[in-house]
Design a protein around this ligand. Structure first.
Ligand SMILES: Nc1ncnc2c1ncn2[C@@H]1O[C@H](COP(=O)(O)OP(=O)(O)OP(=O)(O)O)[C@@H](O)[C@H]1O
Ligand SMILES: [Mg+2]
Length: 345
């Protein structure tokens, strides 16, 4: 029987799950689904809230008929510390490990003993090269954050095969490791945060997370029109950034926050291009639920002056004809879960 891998994305507003099977080097969709996240979800520390969360996950697995217990889970970008260290000479594995520990002291605002440190080598030139250098992507996950995820998974009867950051997962589903794909800015536009990653040659060279996301947009509409949150949410989804709707009033409420997000995108692009001038960003891929906001892709294209696409994490995955159009509607929401399920090892 084909091996099935399961990706689980516990978002602030929705929990998403995707199961894929691998047949002859091709992934095929087995099952997918989502369920609203019981509030306050992972933000809470109480036993009861975490139990509610675990129950929602159990329900989701039952509804999607996924009986695998081994899962790959995402850690939120906003809770981990990610940095590219690019000023190292050629180093052996042992030397690299101590150099990373030393460098990590600088960018991690907590004792090293409180984090799990992982890294991925982006460049390591040959030892005898006279300009030899090593570039690494370092990820520090606070142990208390990891522990909370493990606890919820345990309560849900699941076994974590791996935990990785949202950015690593979306990079896998949206860009893959194609060394020829153009340098890309991925924007992961979730409910509470927007995460940015500059990706080139299939590798992550720059990341950032800001605390403006879809919720902030909804709140802004609620304030402007004196609406309840769920009515504001409807307005956001129906009118979004369409200038010609409701005399542009919804756009007016959304723009200050959208501009914060777009401005950060511009800064990330600039910072990346200053560091790697030979690799300019050629396109932007917008992912996460917020990518579906009417007018968002066009607005970003105008502000950034780049080609902007809505994320399609399903493009490389086999699925039957019936599900293809259904999947397209909600595609950007599944980028993290698909990327997790695509992890191989
Ligand atoms: N059609 C739409 N138009 C505008 N916004 C939308 C639309 N559909 C979903 N959203 C917004 O997307 C957000 C949810 O997206 P997503 O599922 O990616 O977030 P999450 O993973 O739950 O959150 P986070 O990543 O912050 O934990 C919500 O803020 C929701 O309002
Ligand atoms: Mg999310």
């Amino acid at each position: 029987m084909a091996k099935i891998t399961v990706g689980l994305d516990i978002g602030f507003s929705a929990i998403k799950v995707v199961a894929l099977s691998k047949e002859k080097e091709q992934f095929r969709l087995v099952s997918l689904g989502s369920i609203p996240t019981p509030q306050p979800g992972m933000a809470s520390d109480t036993e009861e809230d975490l139990e509610n969360l675990a129950n929602a996950i159990k329900k989701l697995f039952a509804a999607t008929r996924i009986d695998q217990r081994d899962v790959i889970v995402a850690l939120p970008e906003s809770r981990v510390f990610t940095r590219i260290i690019d000023d190292l000479p050629y180093l052996s594995d042992n030397e690299l490990s101590s150099a990373i520990r030393y460098a990590a002291e600088e960018f991690i605002p907590m004792p090293l003993s409180d984090v799990n440190l992982n890294w991925q080598i982006l460049i390591r030139s040959a030892a005898n090269d006279k300009n030899a250098r090593t570039v690494v992507l370092v990820i520090a996950s606070p142990r208390n954050v990891v522990a909370k995820y493990l606890k919820v998974l345990d309560m849900a009867g699941l076994r974590p095969k791996a935990l990785e950051t949202e950015t690593i997962a979306v990079t896998r589903s949206l860009v893959g490791n194609n060394p020829f794909s153009p340098s890309t800015l991925i924007m992961q536009f979730g409910a509470t945060t927007t995460d940015f990653a500059a990706v080139s040659k299939g590798l992550i060279w720059f990341t950032r997370s800001i605390s403006s996301g879809g919720m902030a947009l909804t709140r802004s509409i609620a304030q402007r029109f004196n609406f309840e949150l769920n009515q504001a949410e409807q307005y956001k989804r129906i009118y979004g950034l369409m200038e010609d709707q409701l005399e542009g009033k919804v756009v007016e409420a959304l723009k200050p926050i959208v501009n914060i997000i777009a401005g950060e995108a511009r800064r990330v692009i600039q910072a990346f291009e200053t560091k790697y001038p030979s690799n300019p960003i050629k396109r932007v891929v917008v992912s996460g639920g917020g990518a579906k906001m009417p007018g968002m892709v066009i607005y970003l294209a105008g502000v950034l002056g780049l080609e902007v696409q809505e994320a399609d994490p399903w493009y490389s995955i086999m699925k039957d004809k019936n599900s293809a159009s259904k999947l397209a509607q909600d595609a950007p929401s599944y980028s993290v879960a698909v990327g997790l399920a695509l992890r191989e090892d």
